[in-house]
Design a protein around this ligand. Structure first.
Ligand SMILES: N[C@@H](CCC(=O)N[C@@H](CS)C(=O)NCC(=O)O)C(=O)O
Length: 234
């Protein structure tokens, strides 16, 4: 079957995996999930008991969750090496390093900011402490990512890879949480400009915003969440 990526809105990290699917150039389908609404329905746990996006309904109908696992699934099928590298190469090691850093420390640094924003019963002192922790962490992880980048126009090499896909959905949270101007980190800033103008990212962002778009032709349309849960949920 054609795989289905379950992606979240608003401002989900999974937007970058939609872009990666476009770059990969193989047929896929999508399922759009409101993270503040339908993802909270108990039925969603049949796709991911941790109540998170993304999730991939893979070729045999099996559910693959966790961004790194989904990226690994895509990498293993990228025989033409459009978004990855020969698994035994140094480039592959470097891409995995960048992906892991972005998916763990870099993404996780935003956690306190999300927690402060989404607190059910606001506690200003707690929120202020979490915001301080979040801002310090996000600044530090940006400094460290800036230090990891060798040269543009992408995180590595001269074409977008899975590492860029994992970065692009998350990097925009810097502005969402009003932490700092991205210009403070010239290399990250330049890469983000290239990525955010990329047709696949423009497509993925537009879908996230509810626009009706066709992309490069690989996307075979959307499947309703209820249908995905009924057919593939466990
Ligand atoms: N470890 C997971 C984390 C995924 C994650 O944090 N997803 C966010 C959206 S970007 C989410 O679903 N958060 C749940 C919520 O907003 O309640 C992964 O890497 O896939």
């Amino acid at each position: 079957m054609t795989p289905i990526l379950v992606y979240g809105f608003p401002s989900g990290s999974s937007m970058g995996l939609v872009a990666a699917l476009e770059w990969l150039g193989k047929p896929y389908r999508l399922c759009r999930v409101d993270m503040f609404g339908e993802m909270r329905d108990p039925a969603y746990a049949k796709l991911n008991p941790r109540i998170e996006t993304p999730a991939l309904i893979a070729d045999k109908g099996q559910i693959v969750t966790e961004t790194m696992a989904i990226a690994a699934w895509l990498e293993a099928r990228d025989a033409e090496r459009r978004i990855s590298f020969d698994p035994l190469s140094r480039d592959a090691d470097r891409m995995h390093q960048l992906m892991a850093f972005v998916n763990t420390g870099f993404t996780g640094a935003f956690g306190p900011l999300w927690a402060a924003m989404e607190m059910d019963v606001p506690e200003p002192a707690v929120q202020a402490a979490w915001q301080k922790l979040g801002i310090e962490g996000v600044l530090d992880r940006h400094d460290k990512l800036e230090g990891l980048i060798e040269s543009g126009p992408y995180l590595m090499g001269d074409r977008p890879t899975l590492a860029d896909g994992i970065l692009v959905g998350v990097a925009r949270w810097l502005e969402f949480h009003q932490v700092a101007e991205v210009a403070r980190w010239p290399k990250i800033s330049a890469i983000r400009q290239v990525l955010e103008a990329d047709p696949a990212v423009v497509f993925a962002t537009g879908l996230e915003n509810g626009e009706q778009l066709t992309g490069n032709g690989c996307c075979q349309g959307h499947v309703a969440l209820a249908d995905v849960i009924e057919q593939y949920g466990v």
